[in-house]
Design a protein around this ligand. Structure first.
Ligand SMILES: [Zn+2]
Length: 762
């Protein structure tokens, strides 16, 4: 064994470029040594399968036959013949020696053999003489033990065949945990024998919100929607996953996200009120009551879940729990009194601890979303950190195991590009490059604390993902970027990943008939400040890409055509308006490589590209292009992606606008975003100070326009009537989100966009 490792490390240092070009495997193996020459398959591979685990061999046989029509044979006299050797290494370890004189797969355990077979499957490529494998040496093992993908089957339901397809694809990329989000407000999806109404009533809804949650007025698709998995379905899926080295972790949400269950058994809620399974997304006030009968119900349900699922961990949700009902409930107050609980947060902790003790007594481990930290973490609980890294850091410091799944890198329901052609999504922007930067180990942790990080996973919430093709579109290729972070001890640079690995993998995904996103190839419009305006520049992953750009000006006739070739002529200057008349231009970008034309609209107003100094830094998640975002002529839209808005989460947001000369300013308008579902609210007030020199400031008495209200829709407007060069604008958000509103009690988000001043020379 060690002899082989040595020879590999010597060779790697001599030919790095060839190594990358010839190693398309994702996730990238630890060591890959390319050798000249090729094995031709001629329709078959001989595998010495004696003593080899049957399940893995069956899997490979099936895979080779389906993907390449290559037969896996045990004895024959000619052709590529691979021997297997079980070696004394870690369970996930494998090596592949594919040389003229030796073809051997060595593996630590069945798990390692399975990974070797996945790599082998990816190594087969089409040459002039049919399928072939290049000569090489590979040595590999995984970095993290939890490499997960989650799928929400409540908001939209996916068939047994689709769930299997999801697992099959993830297994091909060496993911090993399938987190199955089986229950939520909009549908209960698992058969429970003791409570038949959970599926009779709880798995069906009569309507589904149409378009985006924040659309006003809301529209609904009327019609019965739902479905559930029988115990047989579930056993079938678990066995299918086990054959692919994937553990299925079920999630049963509690005490919130429980409206589907409460529709079936209203007596489990605090009020007992009968309500239908909702067809709207969001967070609902009605949750399980904390009285003992509700907790007994949860234990009964979990008993049946444990019977079905062999996984070590059981996910109990625990996220987004409004405490309004508990605060008003006599039974909940009694539970608090009897157990000496100070507040409703401790009551949630009490609820989860009951469940933790139950699961522990059954030999299982509890895992929940990071809200289970609030009010004190239950003794054996593991934490899935989704609201950034904070929850994961806190849990690891308390010596609890953690799976990292922060929204910043791991929420595959976010948009993957800023292009207008992306299908409707919940909001937020998570491009491939961002996923690639994910590191499950928070910097803040010590060496000792890092041991508690099991790994990471991406979550696929399906409010805006109605069918399975769309699931594939949202997951691939982002899952490939994610697995690089979860598997590789050292991953290649992102640029290498794009130009070498991804290119090969896109062919592989095509071969697998995966409906993956090609957004990464779309040109991106980069905006920069310039004198008297902005410069729009096209950026594309392919340096030789050619795009036609048609620019249409709203005055009507003056449209013209411009050919953009990357690297030569790839930018255009957009000049700010010199009077109060705004010009709108529409830029249409077309190319053979694009399915749709990309349309960008710019308002060439009189403050385009104006210098703005941000005194309050935006939240790093929503700071795509700094202060230029506020004056780039591109108005923030709904549903928002995040790149067209500047987002803040501060008690005060200040900035200085420089008009570059003394001006008489009549008024100012500022765009804000109003999306309570995402905890983004309009500010309470805006104050303005003016200065002629940037040193002495005078408070401006801001007046609302004639209708006595500063806001028209979500656009703020104030009459200033002041002579100045600089304006210091300070936005005052609400101190906290009021009771009864989504995110109550927290600091609201403030999202800002275009700032414009109406000026006149005196
Ligand atoms: Zn109650």
């Amino acid at each position: 064994m060690h002899r082989i490792i040595l020879s590999i490390s010597l060779a790697v240092s001599s030919s790095t470029t060839a190594q990358i070009n010839n190693c398309p495997i994702v996730p990238t193996p630890i060591r890959y040594e390319s050798h000249s020459g090729t094995h031709f398959l001629n329709g078959k591979i001989l595998l010495d399968t004696k003593d080899a685990p049957e399940k893995a061999v069956d899997y490979l046989r099936d895979r080779l036959s389906v993907l390449y029509e290559v037969e896996l044979l045990q004895d024959d006299t000619s052709g590529l013949s691979i021997s297997l050797e079980n070696v004394d290494e870690a369970a996930g370890y494998y090596s592949i020696t594919m040389l003229p004189e030796e073809q051997t797969i060595r593996y630590g355990s069945e798990e390692g053999l399975f990974y070797a077979f996945q790599s082998l499957t990816q190594m087969i490529r089409e040459g002039n003489h049919g399928w072939e494998i290049n000569h090489c040496l590979i040595e590999d093992e995984p970095k993290f033990g939890w490499r997960g993908l989650h799928l929400d089957v409540s908001r939209h339901f996916f068939s047994v065949a689709e769930v299997k397809r999801f697992i099959d694809l993830m297994a091909m990329y060496k993911f090993n945990v399938f987190h199955w989000h089986l229950t939520d407000d909009q549908g209960w999806r698992i058969e429970i024998r003791k409570y038949p109404k959970l599926t009779e009533i709880g798995s069906w809804r009569d309507s589904t919100v149409h378009g985006h949650y924040s659309d006003q007025p809301r529209k609904y698709d009327i019609g019965r929607y739902g479905g559930f998995y029988t115990r047989e379905d579930i056993r079938e899926i678990i066995a299918f996953a086990a054959d692919r080295n994937v553990t299925v972790v079920p999630e049963i949400e509690m005490p919130g996200h429980s409206r589907a269950a409460l529709a079936a058994y209203p007596e489990l809620s605090c009020t007992g009120e009968r309500q239908p399974v909702p067809g709207l997304w969001g967070i609902f006030d009605d949750i399980y009551c904390s009285r003992s009968s509700s907790i007994e119900f949860m234990k009964d349900v979990l008993s049946e879940v444990i019977e079905l699922f062999p996984s070590e961990y059981i996910h109990i949700g625990g996220d987004e729990v409004p405490k309004k009902r508990w605060e008003a409930c006599e039974d909940c107050k009694k539970v608090m009194e009897e157990n000496h609980l100070e507040n409703v947060h401790e009551l949630q902790s009490y609820f989860i601890t009951q469940i933790d003790e139950f699961l522990t007594s059954k030999g299982k481990k509890l895992i929940g979303w990071d809200e289970i930290l609030e009010g004190g973490l239950s003794p054996n609980a593991a934490v899935m950190s989704w609201r950034g890294e904070k929850g994961g850091i806190a849990a690891a410091r308390q010596k609890h195991t953690v799976v990292m799944s922060p929204t910043t890198y791991c929420y595959f329901d976010y948009y993957q590009s800023g292009n207008k052609s992306e299908p409707l999504a919940i909001g937020g922007l998570l491009p491939l490059e961002k996923v690639y930067q994910f590191n499950p180990i928070p910097e803040a942790l010590t060496e000792e604390e890092r041991k508690y990080i099991l790994g990471g996973q991406a979550n696929v919430w399906t409010e805006y993902i109605p069918d399975f093709e769309h699931v594939e579109y949202m997951v691939y290729p982002r899952a490939l970027a994610l697995i690089q972070s979860l598997w590789c001890k050292e991953k290649p640079h992102y640029e290498d990943f794009l130009s070498n690995y991804l290119k090969y993998q896109e062919d592989f995904l095509d071969h697998l008939n995966v409906h993956f996103s090609r957004s990464i190839h779309d040109p991106e419009l980069m905006l920069e400040r310039a004198e008297n305006g902005i410069v729009a520049r096209l950026k594309a992953a392919d340096p030789n890409a050619h795009f036609d750009v048609r620019i249409h000006v709203n005055s009507g006739k003056s449209s013209y055509v411009n050919a953009f070739v990357m690297g030569t002529q790839d930018s255009i200057f957009l000049e700010r308006s010199t009077d109060s008349i705004d010009k709108i231009i529409t830029m249409k970008i077309t190319s053979d490589a694009l399915n749709d034309e990309h349309v960008h609209r710019f308002l060439l107003h009189s403050d385009l590209g104006r210098p703005i100094e941000l005194i309050t830094p935006p939240h790093p998640k929503y700071n795509h292009n700094g202060s230029l975002t506020l004056v780039d002529g591109n108005r923030g839209a709904i549903p928002w992606k995040g790149d067209e808005w500047l987002g803040f989460r501060e008690q005060e947001v200040s900035m200085i606008v420089d008009m570059e000369q003394l001006e008489f300013v009549d008024d100012i308008t500022i765009g804000f975003l109003d999306d309570s579902g995402s905890w983004i609210y309009l500010p309470e007030s805006v104050s303005v100070k003016a200065s002629k020199n940037g040193r002495c400031w005078k408070k401006v008495n801001v007046k609302p326009p004639t209708d006595h209200n500063h806001f028209e829709g979500s656009t703020y407007r104030a009459i200033l009537g002041v002579k100045a060069r600089y304006l210091k604008v300070t936005v005052h958000p609400m101190e906290e989100i009021p009771a009864g509103m989504p995110g109550e009690g927290r600091i609201p988000w403030t999202f800002m966009d275009e700032i414009q001043m109406l000026k006149r020379s005196e």
